[in-house]
Design a protein. Structure first.
Length: 135
């Protein structure tokens, strides 16, 4: 659990805390919106919606180490064939850092992205068809 301590002018001791799962979810939702990332640890993102398809957890494949003022995020992802992995990494890192800062006040001090697969458009289309057949 992450804790942020704040003291007001009236010397009221205040404490804002976050479960690690909240930080994981913020990172997962944020990364799902980065062009070129198609899944995290096997969770296929819908091409037409900025969310994970039904039946999967947005926090799967994400590990967080958060303190009072800083957070480190590590995740595994599949990217779209033909896209630049360094550009995807840069965008993911910037977006997660911005989201964490805005939503929690935590500074992202370490970001690790492990690319575990690459999928073509055809593979993505087939995966989406299979997903629709299951649901």
């Amino acid at each position: 659990m992450t804790t942020t301590n704040q003291t007001t002018k009236n010397a009221v001791d205040q404490q804002l805390t976050f479960d690690d799962q909240v930080i994981e979810k913020i990172a997962g939702i944020t990364v799902s919106r980065v062009p070129g990332i198609v899944s995290l640890d096997g969770n296929m993102f819908s091409e037409f919606a900025d969310k994970v398809t039904s039946g999967t957890s947005v926090t799967k494949g994400i590990k967080v180490d958060a303190g009072e003022k800083q957070a480190a995020v590590k995740m595994d992802a599949t990217i779209e064939y033909g896209k630049s992995a360094p550009e995807i990494f840069k965008a993911a890192c910037q977006e997660v850092a911005t989201a964490l800062e805005q939503m929690t006040g935590l500074k992202l001090v370490k970001f690790e992205l492990h690319i575990n697969d690459v999928k073509t458009r055809e593979e993505l289309t087939n995966d989406n068809k299979k997903e629709k057949e299951v649901t």
